[in-house]
Ligand binder design. Structure first.
Ligand code: SAM
Length: 360
């Protein structure tokens, strides 16, 4: 069956590589922040246990070309709606890009009407609509003339990790943190240092990945409500998944006492006490020796001059030290005085950020 996986825009290639590694898929970019792949129901189960870059997984119900709004209704009516959907409240989220004479709300409304009409024709029942907290969420994407309708299998986004008990002022999305580690080629044998770790999202994601622990052990995925899925099988697969326990060398450094405390709370919540070291250090001064340095540089120290000074001193420590690979997330790659080998531009909330692979 055809699946979609949603992820951080700009990092679709990183998610594709993860999906290939986890379930042998050969994904392609569907549009920004979304990749498409072929997979089985057990692939869906396994990805909900192990994927660290995906936000949601969806099953495609329609993927076709449309010339006018009514085609959205017509294509949705062709779906075996009673076979795919339970008799539970549903909602449609519409996303539209391109030149159309109607809005994404119009797309969502026509899909919703087709679902109600098709389900009633098949079962005699009228499906209730709940736009605020639906049991079944449908995503309707219209990109130019390509219309894709998919049912959400995940529910609560996978990027919300349960170890985040202490929230940083500028927290990094955990899926993005893990993507930076993949870009750096981090593996369990590597010594990893995040010199400006804040609440330790990057070191925690590294240690969870290296030990193959499920990132969302608490997840109760939306697929449990769908007729073609089996929540018992999902839970069984999750219960039989075996983490590894290699010895790791992962360090979270931070200058401020407040964030050092926060990092320790999260490391403990992740069950990684004694695995991730939380160390007080100033990145402008502390020497660096690591296979991988992966960090989320501060975006907004008061002025560009402060950032220039911080980035400059950090780059000096990188050059003087022994660092094999360096990956940094920043809004100001121009202020980092290191040669950039590779760069991914990622819209992040209202900010444009870049993932840079720099030559140490
Ligand atoms: C963007 S935040 C990192 C957030 C982190 N990725 C998270 O998810 O919690 C940058 C961190 O760098 C720290 N920092 C700034 N200057 C530093 C320095 N000279 N040495 C060490 N840490 C520093 C800040 O206190 C802040 O916690």
């Amino acid at each position: 069956m055809r699946l979609l996986a949603t992820t951080n825009g700009g990092l679709e290639s990183v998610t594709s590589a993860e999906l290939a590694e986890l379930v042998g898929a050969d994904p392609e970019r569907h549009h920004r922040g979304v990749v498409a792949l072929e997979g089985t129901r057990d692939d869906v189960h396994d990805l909900h246990v192990r994927s660290r870059t995906c936000h949601r997984l969806l099953e495609v119900l329609v993927d076709g070309r449309v010339a006018k709004l009514e085609d959205v209704y017509r294509l949705t009516r062709r779906v075996d709606l009673a076979g795919h959907l339970p008799e539970e409240p549903f909602g449609v989220v519409g996303t539209r890009h391109g030149d159309h004479g109607f809005t994404s709300m119009d797309v969502a409304e026509r899909v919703g009407q087709a679902v109600i009409d098709g389900y009633r024709e098949a079962t005699g029942e009228r499906l209730p609509v709940d736009l605020d907290d639906p049991t079944v969420r449908l995503e309707a994407y219209l990109y130019d003339d390509r219309f894709t309708l998919a049912v959400d299998l995940t529910g609560d986004s996978l990027h919300r990790r349960p170890y985040r008990e202490c929230e940083h002022d500028a927290p990094l999305r955990a899926t993005l943190a893990y993507s930076l580690l993949r870009v750096a080629g981090y593996g369990a044998d590597d010594r990893l240092v995040d010199p400006m770790a804040g609440s330790a999202t990057i070191p925690i994601e590294a240690a969870l990945a290296a030990t193959d622990r499920p990132p969302r052990p608490d997840l109760d995925p939306a697929l449990a409500a769908l007729p073609r899925y089996d929540p018992v099988r999902f839970r069984r697969r999750r219960a039989t998944h075996e983490p590894r326990s290699p010895s790791l060398d992962v360090e979270a450094r931070e200058r401020r006492a407040k964030w050092l405390r926060c990092a320790r709370v999260n490391v403990e919540a992740a069950g990684l006490e004694g695995v991730v070291d939380v160390v007080e250090a100033d990145a402008r001064e502390a020497t660096l020796a690591a296979d991988c340095v992966v960090t989320n540089l501060p975006f907004g120290v008061r002025t560009a001059e402060d950032l220039r000074e911080l980035y400059g001193a950090f780059a000096d420590r990188v050059r003087e030290g022994s660092v094999d690979r360096l990956v940094a997330l920043t809004t100001r790659p121009d202020l980092l005085p290191l040669a950039v080998e590779e760069r991914y531009d990622v819209p992040y909330g209202r900010l444009d950020v870049s993932v840079v692979v720099a030559e140490p």
